[in-house]
Design a protein around this ligand. Structure first.
Ligand SMILES: [Zn+2]
Length: 239
């Protein structure tokens, strides 16, 4: 299926945390968005892979995703290697998204760092005609998406742009909260983690308010681009 945007995450819930508001905004305008989780999150401290699968299906419904894929690469062991890149290239060539998103390459979690690097290299290879791949037994032709943008996980960065997610902020929080095993749950007897701290959801909300304020909106999500972005000055002046 042809997608407008394909969002890569290292673990189920990365896409929701980093850019759930932007995803919900795009799908509310009838854009086709898919999320590809590189791993099942089986190394996570809390919740089993089966529980996390069910949670991501529920979150996908809330975000109105057109596709949710899991590449089942090994959690906790993501690294830049050809066999992993090849799987990502196949997916890009199959869905032909104009926009690709990945976690920012500088992050406290090594899987997020690796995911950002893997997707960047795979995006380049996807456009290389002589890099042969197949998907479901069919040979593929090269495809180069228009843009790769990085979303924010643990570490802040100076954004290349900020998306106004005021209208989709509630949907984002609803999608995040479907990951019941990962976040604060007073009944859970599982060990506490960085994101199960009850203050984590406050942090997500505060960050959304912070980046929103930078563009004078109630809520925003920040993105990074390695490439320079064009700004249409005439359009800006005619507003
Ligand atoms: Zn993650």
């Amino acid at each position: 299926m042809k997608l407008d945007a394909l969002v890569f995450g290292a673990h189920p819930d990365d896409a929701e945390i980093g850019m759930g508001g932007t995803i919900a905004l795009l799908t509310s305008k009838n854009k086709k968005v898919g999320v590809a989780d590189l791993t099942l999150g089986e190394m996570g401290t809390r919740g089993s892979a089966a529980e996390r699968k069910l949670e991501s299906e529920n979150a996908s419904r809330i975000l109105r995703l057109s596709a949710r894929i899991n590449l089942k690469l090994p959690d906790g062991k993501l690294e830049v290697k050809d066999s992993y890149k090849r799987k990502i290239v196949s997916l890009i060539r199959f869905h032909k998204p104009e926009l690709i998103f990945a976690p920012h390459q500088n992050d406290r979690h090594p899987d997020h760092t690796a995911a950002g690097r893997l997707v960047k290299e795979a995006m380049f290879l996807s456009g290389a005609a002589k890099y042969a791949t197949e998907y479901r037994g069919k040979e593929q032709i090269s495809f180069r998406p228009a843009k790769l943008f990085y979303y924010m996980m643990s570490y802040p960065f100076t954004p290349a742009f900020i998306v106004d997610i005021t209208d989709s902020f509630d949907t984002k929080m609803k999608a995040i909260k479907t990951y019941k095993t990962q976040f604060y749950n007073p009944k859970s007897k599982e060990p506490e983690t960085f994101i199960s701290d009850p203050k984590f959801l406050n942090f997500i909300e505060a960050r959304s308010g912070f980046y929103g304020f930078l563009i004078r909106k109630p809520h925003g999500e920040a993105f990074y681009s390695e490439e320079a972005l064009e700004l249409d000055l005439i359009n800006l002046l005619n507003k």
